[in-house]
Design a protein around this ligand. Structure first.
Ligand code: G3P
Length: 266
């Protein structure tokens, strides 16, 4: 049987030009716990808020939770900043949430979607948001977890839902349709913002924008790549080639060949 004739895929189509930062609707938050970095990010108009978590704080060698938070709050006064509770008992989480919330006006309290025993924090989130505390529900991976939260809260509650799109991708699942579906689920909740957490590549910022996520939180190493937006790919290729060449030179690599003058390898 003859194979069907397939047109060679040598399209002359140009790659679609990405939007520039100023055209994006998605808000970029800076994810991290390094005070110097928070300081420099706070001066950038395109950084619209900040997120932290206990793991990032530990990585930044933070010893005193409150000292760190107060220092960060001195720097970040007019943009939202999230701090996470770290207790495992729901009552203790509530105490921590109320204490942290008393440290400033621009704070979102990060509450993990469950504790380590898998017990839902939906009741606590509802209680905190009814008392005027802005929650950022974190470590969300599924739409079912979102249903559990939104069925308990007042439709007017202002909150952030952090879905770990990057970790979902780490499990081999494309997070784009997942996020799209969640955006649809939240369509009537005008005060809930969906946050794309743990991005893995710069492209995720554009994907988050395209599916209608309100926020994406981006760590330092990825933020450094923002300069690549719109870069000419031929120029990028040349830079990459130069990188290989320069690194080989710097490492002093040499290959002593015995094949000199033996042009006929057969
Ligand atoms: O904002 C959440 C983020 O800090 C977690 O990122 O890379 O540990 O999945 P990652």
């Amino acid at each position: 049987m003859a194979l069907p004739c397939i047109e060679p895929r040598t399209s002359k189509k140009k790659y679609k030009m990405v939007k520039s930062l100023s055209q994006l609707k998605v808000k970029i938050f800076a994810d991290g716990a390094n005070i110097d970095s928070i300081k420099s990010m706070s001066k950038l108009s395109y950084i619209k808020g900040f997120t932290t978590n206990p793991t990032l704080m530990k990585k930044s060698n933070i010893k005193d939770y409150k000292d760190f938070a107060l220092e960060a709050l001195k720097i970040v006064q007019n943009k939202p900043i999230s701090f996470e509770v770290f207790a495992d008992e729901i009552d203790e989480m509530e105490n921590q949430a109320r204490e942290i919330n008393s440290w400033g006006k621009n704070i979102f309290i990060k509450i993990p979607v469950t504790n380590t025993k898998g017990e839902s924090t939906a009741n606590l989130i509802s209680k905190l948001s009814n008392s005027g505390i802005f929650c950022n529900v974190t470590a969300i991976f599924t739409k079912e977890q979102i249903f559990k939260i939104i069925e308990k809260i007042n439709i007017d509650s202002k909150m952030i839902l952090s879905v770990f799109a990057g970790r979902i991708a780490d499990s081999g699942i494309d997070p784009v349709p997942v996020m799209q579906d969640i955006i649809y689920t939240l369509r009537d909740y005008k005060n809930i913002e969906l946050l794309w957490a743990s991005p893995r590549e710069l492209l995720n910022i554009f994907q988050a924008d395209q599916v209608g996520c309100h926020i994406i939180t981006v760590a330092d190493d990825l933020l450094k790549k923002l300069n690549n937006i719109g870069k000419d790919l031929n120029e990028f290729s040349l830079e990459t080639v130069s990188m290989f060449y320069n690194d080989a030179q710097a490492a002093g690599y040499k290959i002593n060949s015995n094949l000199t003058n033996k042009k006929n390898f057969n």
